[in-house]
Design a binder for this molecule. Sequence first.
Ligand code: MRU
Length: 321
Amino acid sequence: MRRTIDWADGAIVIVDQVALPGEYRILTLRTVTELVDAIQRLAVRGAPALGAAGALGVALAARQGDDVRAEAERIAHARPTAVNLAWGVSRALTQLPHGADAVLAEAQSMLDEDEQRNHTASAHAAEVVLDACPRRPLRLLSHCNTGHLATVSWGTALGVVWHLHERGLVESVLVDETRPLLQGSRLTAWELEQAGVPYRVQPDGAAATAMARGLVDCVLVGADRIAANGDVANKIGTYSLAIAAAHHQVPFVVVAPTSTVDKAIATGADITIEERAATELTEFGGTQIAPKGSAVFNPAFDVTPHALITAVVTEDGVFGS
Ligand code: MRU
């Protein structure tokens, strides 16, 4: 699978995640304005991929000789919850005094690192899952999209599925559709289909019932920001999944690179949660579905307290151990 985000011929190239699964389309982003728009439309999304977008965005601004620090601010604030975006921007900026080529070299090495970190984190997490779950082969539950598309390549929580599938240890994956933007049914199902891993898409509301029926051996999710105390911000619905998993004694494992850890944030209560447009809920495929003018509550993420999590796993191993 090609990289979700990369640098080619003086521009940022991304796999357009709005077009999938209908069309596999590559977008070329030549300006910071195009990049910010792609981030806000979720054409590029997922915390680790946003880290790469932040770094490459600074490289783009530096090569174009813009007011790089002002452009960097604009990129860092394109979305607020995933710490990776601001992290990618600030790390690329450290090379600015050495010139545009040094910024680009730093950004490119961050892309390589992202692949390695996620591959390692998900390998560690696969061992955690095997220790926590006696049944073979495993029936796993996935929320949002945490695969190749959410990272430079490979993935975090879905990376665990790739490792276990390579060893013949995956029976199937229950894929939460992940309302309202359907990253599960559009993107995760597409990735599992490509990889030949058996899966079933389910409405988010079916997850607790699936656990009650004994159909889930482990829940695997990613993270957008991990606070110093191990609380985890991730796609809306993750907290409800964790509560259901705790109730049914199903292991609940979070997988993320250390670039998602924000030690400056003491607890999950301090994480800024993005609220998105009302039309994501009042319309579907361009058709009005709620009464015109309906007020909405549309947080894109929620916070899961560390106490509900079996393990948060990074490339360094189990967080906090
Ligand atoms: O709004 P999105 O699609 O960017 O949200 C993504 C998620 O919540 C993912 O679970 C998270 O970024 C981890 S991805 C490896």
